[in-house]
Design a protein around this ligand. Sequence first.
Ligand SMILES: C[S@@+](CC[C@H](N)C(=O)[O-])C[C@H]1O[C@@H](n2cnc3c(N)ncnc32)[C@H](O)[C@@H]1O
Length: 393
Amino acid sequence: MQMTLPQALEAAVRGQTLVKLVLSAPQADETGAAEQHPTRYTIRSVQLKDRLLLQWTARTGSQEIHENLTLKESLARVDAIFPLTYREANLLTTEADSQFRSRNGIMVKARQKSNQRVAPPIAHNRTKNYLIPEGQPCPFLEAIGVMTPDGRVKASMTHKFHQINRFLELVNDILPHLPAEGPIRVVDFGSGKSYLTFALHHLLVGVQQREVEILAIDQNAEVIDTCRGLCERLQLTGIEFAAQSISSVEQSESVHLAVALHACDGATDQALAQAVRWKSDVILAVPCCQHEVARSIESAPLELLLRHGILKERFAALATDALRAAALDTAGYKTQILEFIDLDHTPKNLLIRAVKRREGEASATTSTAYAELKAHLGLATLATDQIQPGGCL
Ligand SMILES: C[S@@+](CC[C@H](N)C(=O)[O-])C[C@H]1O[C@@H](n2cnc3c(N)ncnc32)[C@H](O)[C@@H]1O
C-alpha cells in the first residue's frame, strides 16, 4: 500500500533521510484570496540543543518566517493543510523525490524518482548555530549579494556573513531589554548599504515576529536611494530611510534600540549623543576610525608610548572608547566593551553595549572621572563630550 504524505514524512524524519518537504500552490479560499497563505512552506530537520525539530520556513513574496515544530506538531499541520490548502507536495529524501497528489480523497505518492542524494547536515549544526544559517536561502542576503539563491555564502562575502550573524547574536542577547509588546523602534545611524538594517528586520520581524519601526540614517543620498529601492523590491515594511546627517535628524518619540556600526570617526559620537537624547533603551556601537584624540593627545608620562605612530593611534582609539563608555555611564547606561568579531584585528573589533540602568542602579563612572582622564591626556573639548548629560550636538 502507498504511504500518505504524513506517513512518508514521518518515515523520512525517523530514518534521517529527509532533505526537505515543500508544500506549494496554495488554493484560493471561499473569498478567492490565495495570497493570505504563504506561497510555500519548506520543511527541514533542525537540531536545537538536544532536540530534533522540524523547521518550517513560510515564504510570502520575498519575506520568510521561520518556526520550529516537533514531529508530532508537524504531522498534524501537514494533515491539516494538505491537500486542503496546498495542492502540491514534494518530498525530497536521500533515496527518492516523491510528488504527492490526491487519489479518491487520499493523498498518495503520484511520482517517485530514485536518487542517491547525501543527507544535508541538520540546519543548525551547519554554521555555529548562526541566526541566519548557511545553506538556507535568505532573501535579503541574496538581494545584497552575500548569498546565492540556493543559500550558499559567496566566498568573497564570508566575512560580511559572519559579521552580520555576530551582530544579530548581539542584538538577540539584548532582546530582554526591549519592550515585550508593541512595535520596537530602532535607529540605524550611518546605515550605509543597510546590510545591518535589513538584518535587524530579518531578526525582529522574520524570526521574532515583532512589529518594527526602523529608521536608517545616512548622509549619502545615493546609497539611501539604492536601499529604499531594495527595501521595496524585498517588500519589507516598517523601514524608513533618511538621507541626512546624524545630528540633523529630529525624532519625536523615544527609541528602543540604537545601533551605529562603523560610522566614521566623530559620526559614532554624534550617534551616541542622539541615542541618549532619544532615550534609547539599548545602544550598540562599533566605532570606526578615530582621529580626533590621536591629533590632540599630549601627556609627558606617556611619551614613550606616544612617540610611536601605530601605538599612538591604537592608544588614542582605546582612550576614545573609554571616554565614550564613561560618558554613556554618566548619561544613565550600564556600559560594557565587548569584542565584536575576532576575525577583524583592527580597532574596529570593539563593540560598546549600553543598556539603560534601572532606577536605583548606581553609575560606574562620575563626570569628574571623565574630566580627569581627559586632563591626564591633555585633551580639551572633544566629540565625546556631547554624549554626556547636557552635552551639545
Ligand atoms: C563604513 S559605512 C558603515 C555602514 C553600515 N553601518 C555597516 O556597518 O555596514 C559608514 C557610513 O556612515 C555614513 N556617515 C558617516 N558620517 C555620517 C554622518 N555624520 N551622518 C550620517 N551618515 C554618516 C557614511 O555615509 C557611510 O555610509
